[in-house]
Design a protein around this ligand. Structure first.
Ligand code: AMP
Ligand code: MG
Length: 427
């Protein structure tokens, strides 16, 4: 079935008026991860996605061990209420166990991480014990098994420690290391080709001619894609020339899993790109009820129709520099994670914050204003960055969050609560 019929079947939506949620849901419903796995040295797995469940080949911790500095003893020796005097017969250090067993009426000094000698089932922290020559006085009221970390309580032998699809972050690196693995199997990197379109674009480092602007979108895209750990293919700037555009899309789709372009999908321009794309594959042109970022193209080119093998997914982003970033974060980021084989990652938490200024907003579209979030007087507060034009990239560098005003929302009064998406961890 064609992409267009899947789109209208599933939703019956009007491509000229789609909510952000409808567009996002459709995009995600079409994407299936299908990358091959490869084995990499552990550090190289940072930011990658686990390709196979990781089964614990051992218990972590491997043996029972003390959670405290103190005394390891036999709980049965203790008086329930009164003080018990025990003879200290040795010391157990982390990595240096105490040889021999502990007999009735005896205990050993033990350090955090050390394995308790045979017979000891309880550790009493040193702060509550009183040393009395070669003996130690233990007060009543100790619980059997206290202060002992049990073998396998972190990760149990034979159980999945991490599931395929897990994004490897610093905590996962540590966890994999705790199991002793020097290599793990991750999906190969997603290859993303990207380029800018527009006759007015001038490459950086060259003098600007009249009417030209520097091509900044390729640099924001580079940064956003690099942060996601994609393999990048930068195809430069393509002028508003149908033949060159078609060639570039074809070349990009042959070399990459995903192609991202910026510019050329706005009204008028899209009309000129549409017939050309029809020859290459199947791309839907949408007008999304959002600001910034109204035009968006999504589809597949290069492979046989309806066949996800060969060819590439395409995202045609708007040209305005802020719109590129907004549409990337609202649609592309999650889509790429999905193609990378990662479990669905929530966009970013939406944090409630008190808006310090009133904001104009009409129901009927989603808005992503750039905001400056701060924590003051016991709560999160946000104010909009000065200039909100979709071409004003400075608003993104000044801001530290998007103020997300949902589809149905009307105007915001100063003091109202709004939801924000912090940039930290996102951009
Ligand atoms: P378009 O979507 O092609 O109509 O472009 C919309 C606006 O974004 C125009 O003002 C373009 O000059 C600008 N623009 C498009 N591509 C880029 C780019 N790569 N870098 C900076 N500005 C761009
Ligand atoms: Mg253009």
């Amino acid at each position: 079935m064609s992409l267009a019929s899947r789109f209208s079947c599933l939703h019956g939506h009007d491509p000229d008026s789609l909510t952000v949620e409808q567009a996002r849901a459709f995009i995600h419903s079409q994407l299936r991860p299908r990358l091959a796995g490869e084995c990499v040295a552990l550090r190289g797995a940072l930011g990658r996605v686990l390709a196979r469940d990781l089964i614990a080949p051992c218990n972590v911790p491997a043996a029972d061990n003390s959670a405290m500095d103190g005394y390891a003893l036999r709980h049965a020796d203790l008086d329930d209420v009164g003080t018990t005097s025990l003879r200290v017969v040795g010391t157990a250090l982390a990595g240096r166990p105490c040889a021999g067993a502990v007999a009735a009426g005896e205990c050993v000094r033990i350090m955090t991480g050390a394995v308790p000698p045979a017979g000891c089932d309880t550790v009493v922290m040193q702060e509550v014990a009183r040393v009395d020559g070669e003996r130690v006085l233990i007060p009543g009221g100790q619980r059997k098994g206290q202060n002992i970390r049990l073998a396998g309580e972190d990760l149990a032998l034979g159980r999945p420690a991490l599931a395929a699809g897990q994004l490897i972050r610093p905590a996962e690196l540590g966890l994999v290391a705790s199991l002793g693995f020097a290599e793990i199997s991750v999906f190969r990197r997603l290859r993303v080709a990207f380029f800018s379109t527009g006759d007015e674009l001038c490459p950086i480092g060259a003098p600007l001619a009249e009417g030209e602007v520097y091509d900044s979108n390729r640099y924001t895209l580079f940064g956003m894609l690099r942060r996601l750990g994609c393999d990048l293919l930068d195809l430069g700037v393509v002028g508003d020339d149908p033949q060159r555009l078609a060639e570039t899309f074809r070349q990009a789709a042959a070399a990459a899993d995903v192609v991202i372009s910026s510019g050329g999908v706005s009204v008028g321009e899209a009309d000129f790109v549409k017939p050309l794309m029809a020859d290459l594959g199947e791309v839907l042109f949408w007008k999304i009820a959002m600001k910034p970022g109204r035009p968006l193209a999504f589809g597949r080119i290069g492979g046989a129709a309806g066949n996800a093998d060969g060819g590439a997914w395409v995202f045609g982003l708007p040209g305005n520099p802020v719109a590129v970033m907004v549409t990337f974060y609202q649609f592309v980021r999650e889509a790429l994670y999905r193609l990378m084989g990662a479990d669905p990652l929530p966009l970013v938490p939406l944090l409630p914050a008190v808006c310090e200024h009133g904001l104009k907003k009409a129901p009927g579209r989603s808005e992503y204003q750039r905001g400056i979030l701060s924590h003051a007087a016991g709560g999160w507060r946000v104010r909009p960055a000065a200039a909100q034009g979709s071409g004003i990239l400075r608003s993104m560098t000044e801001a530290n969050c998007f103020i997300v005003l949902g589809h149905e929302r009307g105007p915001v009064a100063a003091g109202d609560v709004v939801e924000v998406q912090p940039f930290d961890g996102l951009i």
